[in-house]
Design a binder for this molecule. Structure first.
Ligand code: 0X9
Ligand code: ZN
Length: 438
């Protein structure tokens, strides 16, 4: 029976991922700032799509469409930027990845006793069922908010977790994930945080001293589309009008749609671009929902974390031009503390986290992002996490080498280590800003 299911599945997926036929991906490693900036300055010209961020001496992974590959390789050779092939053909690699995920699903589905397993990526339905269940089982401390809807009508669900229903003016910690559809690994880190705050409490001070807002899937339409149809989908799924280009090129990059320096740098006016900023700031109901949460809790919000992937980085404002905010010292030192908490727990075959201003670290500016917006509104500590993506290639036990998923066998590990950073960040935020405006 299992074999039959697998056969049907394998036939179905061969029709998928056609769009990526002939695309290649490359590892690239700039060894100094000059090389990093030369590389990132060519993003628009070669339509480069970095799925894992490069930094100085940090190898990244970039997707390149067929028509730009020769020029891109010539450029790398001319600038002497270290590179090597990651995948010769993205479609083929995606088919292989899908088969591996499905084999893992078949192997693990029957033995998952827990409510939300951390041994594989989950469908939106399973994630939403968990969120609903937690709210139902812990009504004293958990409030489910699902009043707004995504473009396609899915509820945007987040949890408010508090010992006294947000009534006693404690500092608020906000964490979200999944604004970029394809960054699947980000979502379990936030459901795991819910689990640690509510079901398996080992740090009781976190609820004694703070109120929490946890928003695991900011962009559910995009997640479903990426999960079911186009693995590399990044944006929302909105349509602005009924024209053919709107249908062919849907969606807005949620992390270019916030109302701070909107559409000025590292964003695109072209609807078809993966970094399309939208028709205006907050054009998307998904980003408006995040903006409304910031508005509602601005007096008490002391820490804002938006979880992305990949790159093993903790990034802070300002991301549009690389300048530092008045709060840069705290941003940097708390960032270092969070990174150390992760590095202490992380596996030897993953790189250590780096911490820094986002533009200076990844070598390109991007405006209209949620971390900058929250900081601009007055949240003292705001961060983008780029979770770890790719382990050391020499590890022969890594069956997923060259794939585009973080191997599901690492999901639990990434959740545990990221939770350690959330704990450290919350405690440090409490020490520094616990009395904010109270
Ligand atoms: O480009 C982004 O939106 C983030 N990287 S990702 O690969 N996950 O897409 C980085 C955002 C950093 N923050 C700002 N530029 N403000
Ligand atoms: Zn992202």
């Amino acid at each position: 029976m299992k074999l039959l299911v697998l056969l049907v599945f394998v036939t179905a997926i061969h029709a998928k991922h056609e769009k990526y036929s002939g695309w290649k991906s490359f590892y690239v490693k700039p060894v100094n700032n000059d090389q990093l900036l030369k590389l990132t300055s060519r993003i628009p010209e070669f339509h480069l799509d970095f799925i894992s961020k490069a930094a100085v001496n940090r190898e990244g992974i970039v997707l390149v469409e067929p028509q730009y590959q020769n020029d891109f390789l010539r450029f790398l050779a001319k600038e002497k930027i270290c590179h090597r092939i990651h995948s010769e053909d993205l479609k083929e690699q995606f088919d292989i990845d899908d088969q591996k995920i499905e084999v893992r699903n078949l192997a693990t589905r029957s033995i998952n006793g827990g409510r939300l397993p951390y041994d594989n990526y989950q469908t939106l339905d399973v994630i939403y069922e968990y969120i609903d269940q937690i709210a139902e089982d812990y009504p004293e401390i958990v409030t489910l908010v699902s009043s707004s809807k995504s473009f396609q009508g899915r509820p945007l669900k987040y949890l408010k977790i508090s010992k006294d229903k947000f009534s006693s003016n404690k500092p608020v910690i906000y964490i979200d994930a999944g604004i970029h559809a394809r960054e699947w690994i980000t979502i379990p880190t936030v459901t795991y945080a819910i689990h640690k705050l509510v079901e398996n409490v080992t740090e009781p001070d976190l609820l004694d001293n703070f109120d929490w807002i946890l928003f695991p899937v900011v962009n559910p339409d995009g997640y479903v589309f990426s999960y079911e149809r186009d693995k590399m989908w990044r944006k929302t799924r909105s349509l602005k009008d009924w024209s053919i280009t709107s249908f062919l090129c849907r969606g807005v990059d949620g992390n270019r749609n916030f109302d701070f320096m909107w559409n000025t740098v590292g964003a695109d006016d072209d609807k078809c671009s993966p970094i399309y900023a939208g028709t205006e700031p907050f054009s998307e109901s998904e980003t408006r929902t995040v903006g409304d949460i910031i508005d509602e809790h601005i007096d008490r919000m002391v820490l804002f974390i938006t979880v992305h992937s990949f790159g093993s980085m903790i990034l802070y404002p300002w991301g549009h031009n690389g300048s530092l905010s008045n709060n840069a010292f705290s941003l940097h030192t708390v960032g270092i503390d969070m990174a150390n908490a992760i590095n202490k727990l992380s596996l030897p075959n993953f790189p250590n986290y780096v911490v820094g201003n986002s533009m200076l670290t990844i070598g390109y500016g991007a405006s209209g992002a949620s971390d900058d917006y929250a900081h601009f509104r007055g949240v003292p500590l705001t961060y983008t996490f780029e979770l770890p993506g790719f382990e050391d290639e020499d590890d022969e036990s890594n069956e997923f080498t060259q794939g585009f998923y973080l191997d599901p066998k690492y999901i639990h590990q990434v959740c545990v280590e990221t939770w350690a950073a959330f704990v450290t960040g919350a405690r440090r935020a409490g020490e520094l800003y616990g009395k904010k405006n109270l």
